[in-house]
Design a protein around this ligand. Structure first.
Ligand SMILES: [Zn+2]
Length: 154
């Protein structure tokens, strides 16, 4: 069983080693779906519980994703920290948010999935983040499990 909520945010980034268009400073209107899944009947609450028949409350999922991912990332320049363009920005401004990884859709999806998974801590669950960078291009990451892959990029 899985539930999902959808979010949008705008952010800038640059992929300095990339050969394509993303090597230039630019931004995206990201669309993100965050799903929380549990094995069938593993954690869906039983009769009499305020969460009867639920994986979790949609509002609680929305609050966590907004507080930990959408609000911090929205209208920021997302960076790993080694981008040359950073030297031209005011280090005292809050323009930049360092996310610790090269800001590909794959890595951002993985970071979001791990952050939400670690915050929810629902036994036996997983968090699947589907992050659209453009209308028809998206990366999908599932936590736990994506952290090992991410560590290769630090
Ligand atoms: Zn891009």
């Amino acid at each position: 069983m899985e539930i999902a909520k959808q979010f949008t945010f705008e952010a800038g980034h640059i992929l300095p080693n990339h050969q394509g268009k993303c090597r230039r400073l630019h931004g995206h209107s990201y669309r993100m779906e965050v799903a929380v899944g549990v094995p069938d009947n593993h954690r869906v609450y039983g009769s009499g519980s305020p969460l009867e028949g639920m994986v979790m409350d949609f509002g609680d999922l929305k609050e966590v994703v907004k507080r930990l991912v959408v609000d911090p990332w929205d209208h920021h320049f997302l960076a790993r920290g080694d981008e040359k363009i950073l030297k031209q920005l005011d280090p005292n401004s809050d323009d930049v948010l360092l996310v610790g990884v090269r800001t590909t859709a794959e890595n951002l999806a993985a970071v979001a999935a791990m952050v939400v998974y670690n915050a929810l801590r629902i036994p036996g669950s997983y968090v699947r983040v589907s992050l659209n960078e453009t209308q028809d291009s998206r990366a999908i990451a599932v936590a736990p499990g994506c952290g090992i892959w991410l560590s290769q990029y630090r």
